[in-house]
Design a protein around this ligand. Structure first.
Ligand SMILES: [Zn+2]
Length: 190
């Protein structure tokens, strides 16, 4: 999906062109600062797309008996601000003005607890399967909207989950083309 990147489409931290799916897994940002963008991937079950399980996980209503691999997710209270599906559609779970719970134990430039100041975008996918053109297009537009609304997020403050939780997390994985993505954001100042 494509949308304006020159006029803010945010209202109270909600992006008007995203489909809202409210998660209870959030709280207030301690410093009201939004200065980092974290790219993730997720699929439930791994490698299966277009299902409702991600929404259910972030909403706290996933049936952990629905698949053997979901047992590890029991009791987990996680969320992200956005999910970009394989077809480029965007779901929003938490207002960007609030703290979503996507980064976990993490550190950026010596600062811990990245959730405090980060926006989290999940790409529906895996570390090894190419993301779709629709996802890159949507991610570029979404990133431009985010940086328009939250200008402390500069190009060098857009990172992968793997960068802020090395050794613990690998997403968005080798399948994510950082060069393509950052080239598409060329207007952003460092
Ligand atoms: Zn992640």
């Amino acid at each position: 999906m494509t949308f304006s990147t020159t006029t803010s489409l945010f209202h109270l931290g909600w992006l008007s062109v995203a489909t809202p799916c409210l998660s209870p897994h959030f709280n207030s940002r301690p410093h009201n600062e939004v200065s980092l963008l974290v790219i993730h991937n997720i699929s439930l079950p791994a490698g299966c797309f277009g299902l409702a399980h991600i929404d259910q996980l972030f909403q706290g209503c996933l049936d952990v008996n629905a698949h053997a691999s979901f047992k590890d997710l029991e009791g987990l209270t996680v969320s992200a601000h956005f999910l970009i599906r394989r077809d480029g559609n965007i779901t929003q779970y938490v207002s960007c003005d609030d703290r979503a719970w996507h980064a976990g134990v993490s550190q950026f430039e010596g600062r811990e607890n990245c959730n405090d100041f980060a926006i989290g975008i999940e790409l529906e996918g895996t570390d090894t399967l190419d993301y779709t053109d629709q996802q890159y297009t949507a991610l570029t537009s979404l990133t431009k909207q985010v940086t328009l609304q939250y200008p402390l997020i500069t190009l060098d403050r857009i990172v992968g989950h793997c960068d802020i939780a090395p050794g613990r997390k690998t997403d968005p994985g080798a399948s994510f083309n950082w060069h393509r993505y950052k080239q598409s954001l060329g207007h952003l100042s460092q």
